[in-house]
Each structure stands twice: as structure tokens, then as C-alpha cells.
Design a protein around this ligand. Structure first.
Ligand code: S3P
Length: 171
């Protein structure tokens, strides 16, 4: 079993889908933001505020090297900017979760923890800038992906089933 790397924009549902995939398979999952938070003993929002985005991106880079060397058979859920790592494809099979920007924002706003979900993501503070970032990244996500899943209006469970089905073709 090769690693699976979930990429996609903030709020698209990487975490929820990862939780369904592990219920349906032998994978266990880890999350790059969680690992960075435990490395630093502070949350992503604080890292951005206190040390800046460049510092955070450096941690992502360091983590990407570590993942490539040390992690196998794992579903790796990533922060929305992690896909830029040069060695992404050496870490595992890249699965892009895709949905239009407006649907992603709607999904976050409809969540029972919407305020918390928006607050913890510094790059979603300004929706206009977030949309620009989305437009800039969309072709980049698509270009690096081995598999793309359109998650729009689908349950996390259905997306997880589709993911496992598609991944099988690469086994
Ligand atoms: C980021 C996405 C966030 C987190 C950080 C930066 C990005 O993760 O890594 O706030 O650049 O898109 P999620 O995609 O889990 O929100």
C-alpha cells in the first residue's frame, strides 16, 4: 500500500473524507497541520501570527522531507498549501479533492462549528483574497494530481468510497 496524499483547498473536506477512508480501509491517517502544530506546540493561526507564513511554509517543507523518508501505508491529509512541495509525488499517490470556491465557502458556513473553522484559517480571513488564491491554485492542484475527485454535494462517505475505488487502479 502506497501513501495517499489528500490535497485541495481549505475547507473542501480533506479531514472529513480522511476519517471515512480509514473506517473503510486498513489505512491510518495523519494530517500535516496536526503534525506541525505538535512540532511547534502552537496552533497554525498562532504560527502565522507570531512567526509569519514563510516560517510555516518552511515547516511544511521540513515535514515533506520527513514524510518521504519515514511514512508508508498511510493516508496523509494536507494543509491547502502543502501541495507545492517538490517531492509531493515521491511521498505517495496524489488525490485532489475538487469543488467550486462558492460551494466550499457554503460548506464551511453551514458547519455547526463555522465560526471556529473560519477563525482558525488565517488565509480565509479575507474572502476576496481567498478567492484569488483559489483561482491561482486550481490549475496547480489539477496539474499535480494523479486522481481528482469532485466532492461537490457528495457526502464524505461517498467521496471516500470513490477514492478507494480509484486508488485500487493504481495498486
Ligand atoms: C493553508 C491551509 C490550512 C493551513 C494553513 C494554510 C493554505 O489547512 O495549512 O492555514 O495555504 O491553504 P487546511 O487546508 O486544512 O485549512
Amino acid at each position: 500500500m502506497k501513501n495517499i496524499i489528500l490535497i485541495g483547498f481549505m475547507g473542501v473536506g480533506k479531514g472529513s473524507i480522511a476519517r471515512e477512508v480509514i473506517k473503510l480501509s486498513d489505512y491510518i491517517s495523519i494530517d500535516t497541520d496536526d503534525l506541525i502544530e505538535s512540532m511547534e506546540n502552537r496552533v497554525v493561526k498562532k504560527i502565522f501570527e507570531q512567526s509569519g507564513e514563510a516560517y510555516f511554509r518552511n515547516l511544511e517543507k521540513k515535514l515533506s522531507v520527513w514524510l518521504e523518508k519515514n511514512v508508508t501505508n498511510t493516508l496523509i491529509s494536507t494543509g491547502g498549501g502543502f501541495f507545492k512541495q517538490e517531492n509531493l509525488k515521491d511521498i505517495g499517490l496524489v488525490v485532489f479533492l475538487n469543488s467550486p470556491f462558492d460551494k466550499i465557502i457554503k460548506r464551511i458556513k453551514n458547519h455547526p462549528n463555522a465560526v471556529k473553522k473560519l477563525k482558525k484559517r488565517p488565509l480565509l480571513n479575507d474572502i476576496k483574497k481567498a478567492k484569488e488564491l483559489y483561482n491561482e491554485r486550481l490549475p496547480q492542484y489539477a496539474a499535480v494530481a494523479d486522481i481528482t475527485i469532485d466532492v461537490t454535494d457528495k457526502s464524505a462517505l461517498d467521496c471516500a468510497k470513490e477514492l478507494l475505488q480509484k486508488v485500487k487502479q493504481y495498486a
